[in-house]
Each structure stands twice: as structure tokens, then as C-alpha cells.
Design a protein around this ligand. Structure first.
Ligand code: CAA
Length: 249
């Protein structure tokens, strides 16, 4: 990777497990990396830790479910750092529960944070990317958007929706130097997965992963780095599975 690369990469949900690994990798690749967060105290601690490890990553606050707040954040990033060339739509939440027990609130929260957020963030950067003739949109979906999961009607619907968005936008901007792709991670070693009851991980999830292990956050970050690169310019509208063989199709 070109170490003089001064393209700006924005990772939403930067302070989570996957977001952190992506920020580090893109920083190592030479991008000017900016992150988005929602929890101020977590963000402060995160930034301190990153600095101590040698990563200079500026953070910007916005609830990605809020269209206006995202617009304000993008303006701040443009003014302080520069226009966003690479957008990684990574922020996401779970509110698991079988449909019989799922509240309307749990449905709406997941759909707005995981799917509306993709519209909100992309809508605010796409015009600039078209003007500059370059862009990379990388949507972090999930194996559970590809194959479904007990307890995740909301999450699976949002994650499957992300790839529909990817395919349509990929076609719209294919002749503008912009690629749009989805990554569908399987079960990765993050707080989100660690929150699943241990017996479910041992008895239901691990036996379904042919590699017999959870994925590492840095393994997903490596794929983000690949799709962000100049050389990945002919790849668009694709959905990359990274799941240890859990779902092959
Ligand atoms: N596969 C198959 N069946 C499952 C299952 C699974 N992974 N998880 C639960 N079930 C079944 C249970 O065996 C049970 O079946 P019976 O009624 O026949 O006994 C039924 O579903 C209900 O399960 P619980 O008794 O545990 O019910 P609950 O209401 O207390 O909890 C649940 C349900 C919320 C789905 C809970 O089981 C759970 O948290 N499961 C894990 C869900 C999951 O994998 N979430 C992924 C989070 S990580 C993530 O989303 C990141 C990513 O992108 C991969």
C-alpha cells in the first residue's frame, strides 16, 4: 500500500471490536482515518489507548440512525480533515429475541441503527465521491443476513437489506470510479458475540463452523483494506463471506 496515501477513510462504530481493527489497519495502510462514535466516555478512553499505541485517529460523534446528525458530522469531518473517500458502514447493534417475544422497539432500533444508517451515511458522502471520481463504500453485513438466525428477525432483515442497497448503488455509480461492496462476517471475537450465552456458543454456534473457531477482528479488517485499495477497482456489487465455512453457497 502507498504510504503517502492521503485519502480519508471514515469507519462508523469505530470504537467497537471490528471498528477498532479496521481503523488500525487502514491507518497502517496510510489513510487518514476518522472514526464515528456515540458513547463519549468510551470514545475518550478508546482514543487515549489508540494514541498510546501510535494510532492518530480523530473521532466524530453522531448517532448513525439520525440523518441530520450524520449530515452535521460529515460536514465537520470535511471541514477538519477533508472529504470522505472511503466509507465503512460498520456501526450496528443487536437486540436478539425470538419473534414471539420481540418488541416493536427492538425491531425499530435494529432496523434504524443497522440499515437506515447505511442510507444516512452514504447519502451524505456520495455526491462528493461522484464529483471527485473516486469512492469506496464498504457495508459490513453478517452471515446472519445471508442465512437467517434464530432470535434475529430484526438483525437478519437489516443485514440482508444492506446487501440489496449495495447491489443497487453499485450499479448506479459503477461508471463514476466508486465501488460499493458488502462484507458478511460470521461469528467474530467481539463483545457482540461474547454477549451470547456461553452454552449457545459452545452447543449451537461453534459446531456449525467447520474451522471450529470464531474469526479474528483483524481478519475482517484485512478484507476491508483490500476492498478499499485502488487495485480493487473492478470489484463492485459483491458480497464477501468471511465466516470459517459456516455458510457456503
Ligand atoms: N440455532 C438453533 N436453535 C437455537 C439457536 C441456534 N443458534 N439458539 C436458540 N435456539 C433455540 C433453542 O434451542 C430453543 O429451542 P426449544 O424451544 O426447542 O428448546 C429456542 O431457540 C429458544 O431458545 P431459548 O430458550 O434460548 O430462548 P430465549 O428466548 O431465552 O433466547 C435467543 C433466544 C435470544 C435466540 C438466544 O437463544 C440467543 O441469544 N441465541 C443466539 C442468537 C445469535 O446467534 N445471535 C447472534 C449475535 S452475534 C451477531 O449478530 C454478530 C453477527 O453478525 C454474526
Amino acid at each position: 500500500m502507498d504510504k503517502n496515501n492521503k485519502r480519508v477513510a471514515l469507519v462508523t462504530g469505530a470504537t467497537g471490536g471490528l471498528g477498532t481493527a479496521m481503523c488500525k489497519k487502514l491507518h497502517e495502510d496510510g489513510y487518514r482515518v476518522v472514526g464515528n462514535y456515540r458513547n463519549a466516555e468510551k470514545a475518550r478512553q478508546w482514543q487515549e489507548k489508540m494514541k498510546a499505541e501510535g494510532y492518530d485517529i480523530e473521532l466524530f460523534e453522531a448517532d448513525v440512525a439520525d440523518f441530520e446528525a450524520v449530515g452535521k458530522m460529515i460536514k465537520e469531518i470535511e471541514a477538519k480533515v477533508g472529504p470522505v473517500d472511503i466509507l465503512v458502514n460498520n456501526a450496528g447493534i443487536t437486540r436478539d429475541g425470538v419473534l414471539r417475544k420481540m418488541t416493536l422497539e427492538a425491531w425499530r432500533e435494529v432496523l434504524s441503527s443497522n440499515l437506515d444508517s447505511v442510507f444516512n451515511c452514504t447519502r451524505h458522502v456520495i455526491e462528493g465521491m461522484i464529483e471527485r471520481g473516486f469512492g469506496r463504500i464498504i457495508n459490513i453485513s453478517s452471515v446472519n443476513g445471508q442465512r437467517g438466525q434464530v432470535g434475529q428477525c430484526n438483525y437478519s432483515a437489516a443485514k440482508a437489506g444492506m446487501h440489496g442497497f449495495t447491489k443497487s448503488l453499485a450499479m448506479e455509480v459503477a461508471n463514476k470510479g466508486i465501488t460499493v461492496n458488502t462484507i458478511s462476517p460470521g461469528y467474530i471475537m467481539t463483545d457482540m458475540v461474547k454477549a451470547i450465552p456461553e452454552n449457545i456458543i459452545k452447543e449451537k454456534i461453534l459446531p456449525g463452523i467447520p474451522m471450529g473457531r470464531l474469526g479474528g477482528t483483524e481478519e475482517v479488517a484485512f478484507l476491508v483494506s483490500f476492498l478499499a485499495s485502488e487495485k480493487a477497482s473492478f470489484i463492485t456489487g459483491a458480497n464477501y463471506a468471511i465466516n470459517g465455512g459456516q455458510h457456503v453457497y
